[in-house]
Design a protein around this ligand. Structure first.
Ligand code: ACM
Ligand code: ZN
Length: 486
């Protein structure tokens, strides 16, 4: 049967014979299934010539059903049918980097509406990095007066000689969190530590190993300044900041980052060296594991769980309660983590990174990536709790460019997180995305035209080489090539 024009494709569709038009939705009945049989996010929709009946066990289930109906309304004629639908993965997340370039609250809301349409249930909000700190802090005001502004922007070799910055006020953050909650999307803030912390160190230099005053970074890249792991001042600061962040975000999770943290300065720092010796650790990766575990224990006291990028596994001492976000993992440690029963989220660099051009990451590559990724044993697949599609913004300065890169790839990942592996159908996805595009346009989202989605191999090679040559510094390339898992 031809699939309905809905993304993600519903799990079961049974044709009842006959057709109706979209006015059928004007005759709608909602039934709450008190038994809970529909699950947290599932629902059923029956459409026949008598009208429409929506059944769900929760308010969230009704909301997810509404997103299906919004898409069905785009069709002039509909078959009479029965839909039974529920997600395969519990965790279906989109990431947005508001540190390198900020989005206005109105733009974020447009993005959130589009994400809700495709039934995402988490937003990973990247709010701190080397180039800017974006959360209003009353406890540490220099994070805003100093850490939220950089003197210029030099991403991808383009120089903008203007001060850039800002931060989301607590009122704005609460507004975004509430907007998401109405759409059954939980907002997970990321405080990226111990690396990607130049904005924090620029604000409070005593938190770094060298204790030197430094400016915010204006380029993309991986930088040596880390928060000092040997100093109690660092932990006092982070505990207090995490408490302030936890107050703003009612989410189950807080993301603690942990990616791209070179140990050069830790290796030179007397305090970090002394801490490593005192703890009897074998290497500085283990010091990062210990550092992260202290923050995880602090969050646990507040009833919160941590997500960390996969580099946090490098010391082999990460607390087992952590959820690991796999993005670039040549050593396959994320798969081992899942195989030992740890929770993992799939965010493969080569497939889910939407900041890269379609030449590098065609839509088919995004769609075809199997969330229960290579190396995860078949019986341990349930430990891959879901997917996060990422949108880093070093090269994304405006909302139209953001939408062009995010859509349709966001929709492709949303579908793969919702459906079962055996239901994947890329050709049908292309057709269904075309059907939903007018609705997205009316929501203020302009996706990439289908002619840009899957360039020829020749085009891919030319454009990818040009992109890397023009935009990416050699260290980032070294970091990116040679990945086997992704
Ligand atoms: C990352 O892309 N640095 C997680
Ligand atoms: Zn140190």
């Amino acid at each position: 049967m031809k699939k309905l024009n809905v993304i993600p494709a519903p799990e079961q569709v049974e044709l009842l014979g006959g057709t109706v038009n979209a006015t059928v939705f004007d005759r709608r009945t909602d039934l709450t299934d008190e038994s809970g049989a529909c699950g947290e996010e599932g629902y059923a929709i029956r459409i026949d010539d008598q009208g429409v009946t929506v059944t769900a066990s929760t308010a969230c289930g009704f909301f997810r059903a509404e997103q299906t109906i919004k898409q069905l309304r785009e069709s002039a004629e509909l078959p009479c049918l029965l839909i039974n639908d529920r997600p395969a993965c519990a965790f279906r997340c989109f990431h947005i980097d508001s540190a390198r370039h900020m989005q206005s609250v109105d733009e974020l809301k447009k993005l959130i509406d589009a994400a809700a349409l495709f039934k995402f249930n988490r937003m990973h909000w990247h709010l701190s990095d080397d180039q800017g700190f974006r959360i209003e802090s009353e406890r540490f005001p220099l994070l805003n007066t100093v850490g939220s502004y950089r003197d210029s922007s030099d991403f991808g070799g383009e120089h903008f000689n203007v001060r850039y910055g800002g931060y989301y006020t607590k009122a704005e953050i609460r507004d975004v969190v509430a907007y998401c909650a109405e759409r059954y999307i939980e907002v997970i803030p990321e405080l990226d530590v111990p690396g990607h912390t130049t904005a924090i160190i620029a604000s409070y230099p005593a938190l770094s190993c060298r204790r030197l005053a430094i400016p915010l970074e204006t380029k993309q890249g991986i930088f040596n300044n880390l928060l000092c792991a040997g100093s109690e001042e660092t932990f006092a600061f982070l505990f207090e900041l995490l408490d302030e962040i936890a107050e703003l975000f009612p989410s189950e999770y807080i993301h603690l980052g942990g990616d791209e943290a070179p140990k050069t300065y830790w290796e030179q720092c007397p305090k970090c060296r002394a801490k490593k010796a005192e703890l009897g650790l074998e290497n500085f990766e283990q010091l990062q594991g210990w550092f992260t575990n202290r923050l995880i224990a602090h969050l646990a006291e507040k009833g919160k769980k941590a997500i960390v990028w996969n580099e946090s596994l490098n010391g082999d001492n990460l607390d087992e309660s952590a959820t690991v976000q796999m993005w670039l993992d040549r050593r396959g440690k994320s798969a081992v983590w899942a195989n030992r029963g740890g929770s993992v989220i799939a965010s493969p660099f080569g497939a889910y990174y939407c900041d890269y051009p379609y030449s590098m990451t065609p839509v088919k590559k995004t769609y075809d990536f199997e969330p229960a990724f290579k190396g995860v044993a078949p019986i341990m697949k349930k430990h891959v709790i879901g997917v996060t599609v990422t949108l880093w913004t070093e090269y994304i300065r405006d909302f139209d460019r953001l939408c062009y890169l995010a859509f349709p790839r966001f929709a492709a990942v949303a579908e793969r997180g919702w459906i079962k592996a055996e239901q994947t159908d890329y050709e049908s996805f292309r057709r269904r995305f075309a059907a939903v595009t007018p609705l997205l346009n009316r929501m203020g989202i302009k996706p990439a035209p289908v002619s840009d989605w899957d360039p020829t191999n020749r085009r891919r090679l030319i454009d990818t080489v040009r992109f890397f040559k023009d935009k990416i510094d050699p260290q980032t390339i070294r970091n990116s090539v040679g990945s086997t898992n992704q």
